[in-house]
Write a protein that binds this ligand. Structure first.
Ligand code: AVI
Length: 340
């Protein structure tokens, strides 16, 4: 283990072997921001929890289960598009380009892109960025299957990871942001995030973004409130995480998963509903909270887009659209852009 200091960002480096290492910010930085963010987001009239906090180990595992649900069409639809775009994508790649992924996985999606890279390159460098340590597990699984792969994992927020990579090397990057994770940002934060990506990109870098499309309300609502109750568990798990990490006493039986599609704002709105009037203490935040019966904690937006809205969103930031791919039912989109 060694330290890496760059522009006041402290990272510890963990070298596992010649093909695998991780960078992680010092623990105090992460713990402090969780407590601080929870304090400010729950200590107000309209309570909310930032969806990035879903992804502790258990939350990440539950999300993997969501991706396999019959009702949750985004993952399998995006995979079906990725399976078809290989030939087109090759036209934009070369022997030296690095692969960067915002959110990581040993999942089918990452593998489909790695299949293309490893066929084209004698050595492939992959930089997954993920807030969750699930990154370490998934990297090891990938290395079992790809001999020429070298992985540098960054266990941090996407912004932190991109900032870190900016000073890392001067090779070209293909940055992946799959799964419509962008849809979880509010429009303002999303715009800032795209600008951040745009400004961390160099000439020749590429960005591939997966975005979910507007569709029938019933289909959307069942994707976010599945019959097996896995999405409900995923949503409620954030309260367990607060209990465990911030010494709180949320009683999970007193909250329920509540998710609706807002047609005007084109988004699924996910909440936790307080089933009774109750008080909760979060010791590490010095917080005592009161909930009315039926009061909501907002936990996630999942925005859906029309194709012209995607084009406008990306063009407004300054990206040049290279190509867009949709599935046959037009449920989901993948768009490849460059900086110029
Ligand atoms: C990670 N993100 C893109 C998922 C989504 O579809 O918005 C998170 C999710 N929430 C509930 N189900 C899935």
């Amino acid at each position: 283990m060694s330290d890496f200091k760059e522009k006041n960002i402290d990272y510890k480096q963990y070298v596992v072997d010649s093909q695998l290492r991780y960078f992680k910010p010092h623990a105090t930085k992460v713990e402090k921001s969780f407590a601080e963010e929870i304090t400010s987001s729950l200590n107000q009239n309209s309570k909310f929890i930032n969806p990035k906090f879903f992804y502790d180990k258990k939350g990440s595992d539950l999300f993997e289960s969501i991706c396999l649900l019959p009702e949750y069409y985004p993952t399998r639809t995006e995979i079906s598009i990725l399976k078809k775009l290989g030939h087109d994508l090759l036209l934009y790649l070369d022997e030296k380009i690095n692969l960067v992924e915002l959110g990581s996985g040993a999942s089918v999606k990452t593998r489909l892109i790695l299949d293309i890279f490893t066929k084209l390159q004698p050595k492939t460098e992959y930089f997954p960025i993920d807030i969750s340590e699930i990154l370490t597990e998934s990297s090891e699984q990938l290395l079992e299957d790809y001999d020429t792969l070298h992985i540098t994992g960054i266990i941090d927020t996407y912004e932190g990871g991109l900032e870190f990579l900016k000073t890392y090397d001067d090779k070209k990057n293909l940055i992946l942001f799959l799964g419509s994770s962008f849809g979880n940002f509010t429009p303002d934060v999303g715009k800032l995030f795209l600008e951040k990506i745009f400004f961390t990109m160099n000439t020749g870098d590429l960005f591939l973004i997966g975005l979910d499309l507007v569709k029938d309300k019933t289909l959307l609502e069942s994707a976010y409130d599945d019959s097996q109750g896995i999405t409900a568990k995923f949503n409620l798990n954030v309260l367990s995480r607060i209990n465990d990490e911030l010494d709180a006493d949320f009683n999970l039986n007193n909250f329920s998963h509540y998710s609706v599609y807002n047609e005007i704002d084109q988004r699924i709105e996910m909440n936790l509903k307080s089933l009774v009037s109750q008080s909760v203490i979060i010791a590490k935040c010095n917080l005592s909270l009161n909930f009315n019966k039926d009061e909501l904690i907002h936990t996630e937006f999942s925005h859906k887009y029309h194709v012209p809205q995607i084009e406008k969103l990306l063009n407004d930031v300054g990206f040049q659209i290279k190509q867009m791919w949709l599935d046959d039912k037009e449920y989901f989109s993948l768009t490849l852009v460059s900086k110029n």
